[in-house]
Design a protein around this ligand. Structure first.
Ligand code: GLN
Length: 476
């Protein structure tokens, strides 16, 4: 097995046993990037010198103390970060021309925590500019390709992160999800990804999209890797007032226990017309698989789902109008003409929705619907522990297929955008492949702060299946 194919826990074991060094692991990651990234185009910036410096330090620490991993759980593990995380001294663009030369003066809290845990940043990954999109086609720099089929999109907005993990260019990636940006690319590229409860991970130092919806999460080869990484980055941060002082459970320690009499709900609104038959069958089969663990599967209803796309986009773009006012071309950033078409569209629509006379009709209504969406989840979680649902109505689509039709692109977010307004967590895991060998993913949705349960259910599912272990063929 190649070093780059290792999961975090396996790589950790290898480092601890001194089967290979952190420098060797890092070298194989960069070799893989050099070989495959010219066609995949997942990375915007590489940070090679810093990375090797860190790897040398990691090797020294490991040689001195084998138990160092208790203190630094990700020591020597190479990863990538979506290019919306501020990294001091390393270019951070949000994939937008407006920030094409931006070098932050400070580092995002979550990146700092990964650094303290010993993880090694390889570089920054491509995304739709500012996280606005579902395919990476809205990046001002490049379109990332899906490693399973280079003519297809990797999903978005965190398409670079998903493609990097899927093609083993780094062991995990940290990304951001405002309305599906971790889950949808994870499902298009067959990796695992988690969108945490709003506030579970600090947003400090992450370029804002919609501040009441933005969440930070990770993508990896399997659920256990997500448990390991979220444990490191979760928790209260005084720099982000929306992070509560709530204990972070030991997700990894508790991973293997599964609640007895687990009750899984299938929200009927997510299995309606419009859902690809193969995706539907794969998710239903996944739920049926869980019955072998004595889980009970019952139909449930989230009746306000039909309003979710409208409410999410109104809320999101209104916050965009406020958040992107800071790129005024004076304090930092290039001139405002440098904004791409999707960014301009959202700023204009958002400003319109907030303007006097329209605020009540649009923004306020969206906020009222948001309360109803949250209430839908509260009601079903009184009856079931978690929900199984598709992530996207269809598998990865062709590059160029939807980019001329922004509305079609927005509507495709129907299953992911209900989650963020409600603030609940959702875990995306691979659950099948189409006849054309395109990955299918599903999401496991739970009540607020139920990450522990989601990891347990996802891990139990991955013990019963092997979809997450399949890798795209990249001629290596
Ligand atoms: N596709 C959604 C949008 O364009 C979600 C993006 C995200 O989560 N950052 O808004």
């Amino acid at each position: 097995m190649k070093l780059t194919d290792l999961t975090i826990s396996k790589a950790r074991k290898g480092l601890q046993d001194r089967s290979f060094s952190s420098q060797e692991l890092l070298t194989s990651c960069f070799k893989r990037i050099e070989k495959h990234d010219p066609k995949i185009q997942a990375f915007l910036t590489l940070d090679k010198n810093n990375a090797f410096k860190k790897a040398r330090e990691a090797d020294k620490l490991i040689s001195k103390n084998k138990n160092i991993f208790a203190e630094k759980p990700l020591l020597g593990i190479p990863y990538s970060a979506k290019d919306v995380f501020c990294t001091k001294g390393v270019k951070t663009t949000a994939s937008s021309n407006i920030l094409k030369n931006y070098i932050p003066q400070y580092t995002a809290t979550s990146i700092k925590k990964l650094d303290q845990a010993g993880a090694i940043l390889l570089g920054k990954t491509n995304c739709d500019a500012f996280g606005f999109g579902s395919s990476t086609e809205n990046s001002d720099f490049q379109v990332t390709k899906n490693p399973w089929n280079l003519n297809k999109v990797p999903g978005g907005s965190s398409g670079g992160s998903a493609a990097a993990v899927a093609s083993s260019m780094g062991l995990f990636s940290i990304a951001e999800d405002t309305g599906g940006s971790i889950r949808q690319p994870a499902s298009f590229c067959s990796v695992s990804g988690i969108k945490v409860t709003y506030g579970r991970v600090s947003r400090f130092g992450v370029i804002a999209y919609g501040s009441s919806l933005d969440t930070i999460g990770t993508m990896g080869k399997e659920v256990e890797d997500l448990a390991l990484t979220i444990k490191v980055i979760a928790g209260q941060d005084l720099q982000d007032a929306t992070t509560p002082d709530q204990e972070v459970p030991d997700y990894v320690q508790n991973l293997k226990t599964l609640k007895k009499d687990l009750k899984i709900g299938l929200p009927q609104e997510y299995f309606d017309q419009g859902l690809d038959r193969q995706v539907k069958e794969a998710v239903e089969k996944a739920a049926a698989t869980m019955k072998t663990l004595k889980a009970q599967v019952v139909p449930v209803s989230l009746p306000h789902t039909k309003y979710a796309v409208a409410a999410y986009y109104l809320a999101g773009i209104s916050e965009v109008s406020a958040n992107l006012a800071r790129y005024d071309g004076i304090r930092f950033g290039e001139k405002r003409e440098e904004f791409g078409p999707e960014v301009k569209r959202r700023i204009m629509l958002g400003t319109y929705a907030l303007s006097s006379g329209y605020y009540e009709a649009y923004y306020k209504k969206a906020m009222q619907v948001r309360t109803l969406l949250k209430a839908d989840f509260d009601k079903v979680f009184a009856k079931v522990d978690c929900l199984f649902a598709p992530v996207s109505p269809f598998p990865a689509f062709a590059i160029g297929e939807k980019s001329q039709d922004p509305l079609a692109m927005w509507l495709a977010d129907v299953y992911t955008v209900t989650i963020n307004p409600a603030g609940v967590p959702a875990l995306a895991v691979p659950c099948g492949f189409t006849n054309d060998n395109l990955p299918i993913g599903m999401q496991i949705i739970g009540p607020q702060f139920s990450e522990q349960l989601l990891f347990q259910v996802g891990h139990a599912y991955q013990k019963l299946t092997d979809y997450h272990q399949r890798r795209p063929k990249l001629n290596d």
